[in-house]
Write a protein of this length. Structure first.
Lengths: 286, 592
């Protein structure tokens, strides 16, 4: 359980404080578009053998900066025409790497392909291409009949910081889409976070803790310290081993330069001491 | 009056001691020489215009520990303690006869007052009748052919007591003459005051029942002959005759059943699968009252037209039906909770009586009751829809019948109901498939079809995918172009079955407009190289055909390019080649 809690927290931290490769690349100085190379690879995508097409897709996937947009456009043409399953899966993977929002509209239909490999590749790609088309497609996938796609879509919405999708995520939370919990934890507004914490004791602890980790570790500008303290107190009051271990893991992961009240609350909770002063004590302090 | 105690083989009855001349010294003796209908004709003549007590409609429920009864359509409920060993008989005058704990007894069905009781052990009741003065009972032994005939007067005196190694059927009685079917071809008319056989009917109608309904006496089982001046000619098939041929029903219930069987209280499913119809007579002969008959199948009830067996009405009770009977007009059913339900011939419901106890069986004598002008329960389509809401999953046979009947109705509401049935996961798969098949053939209700197509599978709300394929077939048959947009959207919804997608694609071949070109192109791109199923290949080719028709130059180019692409799925490629090949006439015209 400790290991699972630690993994959950680490994943939450990577999402909150880490910087994705895609975003890092976007901050680089854009390289000029290598139009000739893109055109050559486009022709291969049109007329090459399957192996040649796969190789061309790999090459297109390596392009960055302004060339990435052109590469995405070339791959998009292939998607528009259709291709064999191996080529489609590779094309969707490459589209995800290229992370161009303009690709999302072409990728979205493939997320509803009848062949699972194609469908999941497209859903993963949408998580990085982003934009309104991607968000809409991922939200729609939460309503679809494929469990794997629903899980990927929930995670994808978190990756895309699609805060508007929190209501959809709540709708699938109790319907065997565990990824929705973590996504809610990453995206929720304070009221939504409070609503999520109400699931403590109503849904399996494993599921709820995967959403509480990001909530407790997000900056206090997004999730107020008061709300975190309330959640910590509720966790403490559970008086279960799994809650205790979870609190210890969160305490170990909480940034040293984090909010003093929250740090104090974590210490209190880990020591099984009241996190919130009782109303009487509060009155006396005044 | 002298009590007559006879054994078949030893009885000595003086011929001619009854009215009009006797038949045989040995009642139920098989070695009888036909009298060409003379004796039964004399009996008929004697009884013509004979007095008959007023009819009283009575229901008697069998409970685990006794009887409970009431007059119909409503009356005070009476009870009698003591486990009965067979379903009671209810005579037209409301007298109830039963056996319990080694005794046969009769009650006044109006109030449950005992009329008489006699020891009959180890015999149990097969059937009984009453003419206001005498009760006649046919008794038998379980699993043995031995029978006993008993006639008892109101004081409890046994007037006739005969045993027979031949099984006797269910008797009737009129003005002191008992009619006892036996031997698969005879009905003996016995003067109950003397025990002598004063007439014998020979009929090939396999008589095991003698029925007294609204003043007429009928004999038979599958077919009936009537006691009237033509009875003399029964041997030569010239009696007034009727054969009831109901349609086949779930569970194969039979009408009267074998009257030689003992009606032991049956708690198996068979007791809940019944068929009810009352013979009635008019100037033309015999027919079925109300020109309709009814059946039960557990909690399902239904009524059918005599003419062609089509469904007239349907309903479902809250609990299983455990018995019932036909009325002079309408039907009576008892359910296992003790409720007694009255239905008119058109399915309108009359008052519901409550016997106040759980029942294991019930008997109804309602040949004088007319249930008419009951509360309407909506159209037949609505009745079927409402019935389905009360059905259990194990009632698939009744559901199958009702769905089939539903498909015969022209009411546009039927389309809506079939859509609901096709989507309802509580309905067994075979019945859902039946609903889909019927839906595909609908010629009206297109508004319901279009509304259904607007829905898609939704994991969150729990909505199931609509029956896209059947809707596509029906709307294509109706040439309803409004279906093109929703059908095109369904093409790209993987929650729809392949079969549904294929049929949607086929419909779009004729219905699609240029507005659907984008959805068509998407589907074509997704599957022209990945179709891994022959059905999907068919769908791609249908979509390609639609694209060529409505997609303009762009659509045609997409198809032509795919046709030339070696990575297009081979079967798709061959189909596309045919599709884009120049037509012979066009090719000839193009030649210089």
């Amino acid at each position: 359980m400790t290991r699972r809690a630690a993994v959950t927290v680490c994943l939450a931290l990577s999402g909150l404080f880490g910087t994705s490769a895609v975003h890092a690349e976007k901050t680089k100085v854009p390289a000029p578009v290598n139009r000739g190379e893109v055109d050559r690879l486009s022709r291969v995508l049109d007329t090459g053998s399957e192996d040649e097409k796969l190789a061309a897709l790999d090459d297109l996937g390596k392009l960055t900066g302004a060339s990435a947009a052109a590469a995405a456009s070339a791959v998009g043409e292939l998607l528009r025409r259709g291709a064999s399953v191996p080529v489609l899966v590779r094309a969707l993977d490459v589209t995800g790497k290229l992370a161009q929002p303009s690709s999302s509209a072409l990728v979205a239909p493939y997320a509803r392909h009848r062949i699972s490999d194609v469908r999941l590749a497209a859903t993963r790609a949408l998580s990085t291409t982003g934009g309104p088309d991607a968000t809409a497609a991922l939200r729609a996938l939460l309503h679809g009949d494929d469990g794997a796609s629903r899980g990927l879509a929930a995670s994808g919405l978190a990756t895309l910081k699609a805060k508007d999708a929190v209501s959809d995520l709540f709708a699938v939370l109790a319907k065997d889409v565990p990824e929705a919990a973590e996504a809610i934890g990453q995206l929720c507004a304070p009221a939504e976070c409070a609503k999520f914490s109400d699931f403590l004791g109503r849904l399996p602890f494993d599921l709820v803790q995967s959403g509480l980790s990001p909530i407790l570790l997000r900056p206090e500008t997004e999730v107020p310290a008061e709300l975190k303290l309330e959640i910590l107190e509720r966790l403490r009051k559970l008086q279960t081993d799994e809650a205790r271990k979870f609190l210890q893991t969160v305490r170990a992961s909480y940034p040293d330069k984090g909010n003093v009240q929250v740090k104090y609350g974590l210490d209190q909770a880990v020591d099984n001491k009241p996190v919130l002063p009782s109303p009487t004590a509060k009155g006396k302090a005044k | 009056m002298r009590a007559v105690r006879l054994g078949v083989l030893t009885a000595v009855l003086a011929a001619g001691c009854g009215g009009g001349g006797g038949v045989s010294g040995n009642v139920f003796a098989p070695g009888w020489q036909s009298d060409a209908g003379e004796s039964i004709a004399r009996v008929e003549q004697k009884l013509r215009g004979a007095p008959r007590p007023s009819d009283v409609a009575v229901v008697v429920g069998v409970t685990p520990d006794g009887l409970v009864g009431s007059t119909l359509p409503s009356g005070s409920v009476w009870r009698r303690a003591g486990v009965v060993d067979a379903v009671p008989s209810v005579a037209p005058d409301g007298v109830v006869m039963a056996t319990s704990d080694g005794h046969a007894f009769a009650l006044d069905g109006k109030n449950g007052q005992p009329l008489w009781s006699v020891s009959v052990a180890p015999f149990v009741l097969r059937g009984g009748a009453d003419d206001g003065h005498y009760s006649v009972l046919s008794l038998g032994k379980p699993r043995l052919s031995q029978s006993r005939l008993l006639v008892v007067d109101r004081s409890g005196r046994v007037m006739v007591d005969m045993t027979s190694d031949t099984e006797l059927g269910r008797p009737a009685i009129r003005a002191g003459v008992a009619f006892v079917p036996w031997g698969g071809q005879y009905v003996s008319a016995i003067d109950v005051t003397t025990g002598s056989e004063i007439g014998r009917l020979l009929t090939r109608e396999l008589p095991s029942h003698a029925l007294d309904i609204q003043g007429n006496l009928y004999f038979g089982q599958y077919g009936l002959v009537r006691l009237d001046p033509h009875i003399k000619y029964a041997e030569s098939f010239q009696a007034t005759h009727y054969t009831f041929k109901p349609r086949e029903l779930p569970g194969n219930p039979v009408w009267l059943g074998n009257g030689l069987d003992l009606p032991l209280v049956d708690t198996t499913a068979r007791a809940k699968i019944r068929l009810f119809a009352a013979p009635t007579s008019d100037d033309k002969g015999i027919t079925i009252a109300g020109n309709s008959y009814a059946g039960t199948y557990f909690r399902a009830l239904y009524g059918f037209a005599l003419s062609d067996g089509h469904l007239l009405w349907a309903d479902a009770l809250a609990a299983d039906a455990v018995g019932g009977g036909p009325a002079a007009s309408g039907f009576v059913f008892c359910d296992e909770t003790g409720k007694v339900h009255l239905y008119a011939n058109d399915g309108g419901t009359g008052p519901v009586d409550d016997l106040g106890q759980k029942l294991v069986a019930c008997a109804v004598g309602a040949s004088s009751l007319r249930v008419e002008g009951g509360a309407s329960r909506g159209s037949l389509a609505q009745q079927i829809e409402q019935s389905f809401r009360r059905f259990d999953p194990d009632m698939a046979s009744a559901e199958a019948l009702l769905i089939k009947e539903l498909g015969k109705l022209d009411d546009p509401e039927v389309t809506r109901i079939l859509i609901e049935f096709a989507e309802d996961a509580r309905i067994p798969p075979a019945q859902r498939e039946s609903a889909r098949k019927l839906l595909a053939k609908r010629k009206n209700g297109s508004e319901f079809m279009l509304a259904a197509l607007e829905h898609h599978y939704d994991f969150v709300t729990g909505d199931q995918a609509p029956p896209v394929g059947p809707l596509a077939d029906a709307l294509a048959g109706l040439h309803d172009a409004r279906a093109s947009a929703p059908l095109a959207r369904h093409l790209n919804d993987p929650a729809n079955s392949i079969d549904d997608v294929v049929r949607a694609a086929r419909a779009l071949e004729v219905l699609a407009t240029s507005a659907e070109a984008r959805d068509l192109s998407t589907f074509f791109a997704l599957y022209r190289a990945t179709a891994d199923d022959p059905a999907l290949v068919d769908a791609v080719l249908s979509v390609a055909s639609a694209l060529v028709r409505v997609g303009g130059s762009e659509g045609r180019a997409l198809v032509e390019r795919a046709s030339a692409d070696p990575f297009t799925q081979p079967d798709v490629g061959r189909g596309l080649a045919k599709l884009v090949a120049p037509k012979p006439a066009a090719a000839a015209a193009a030649k210089p």
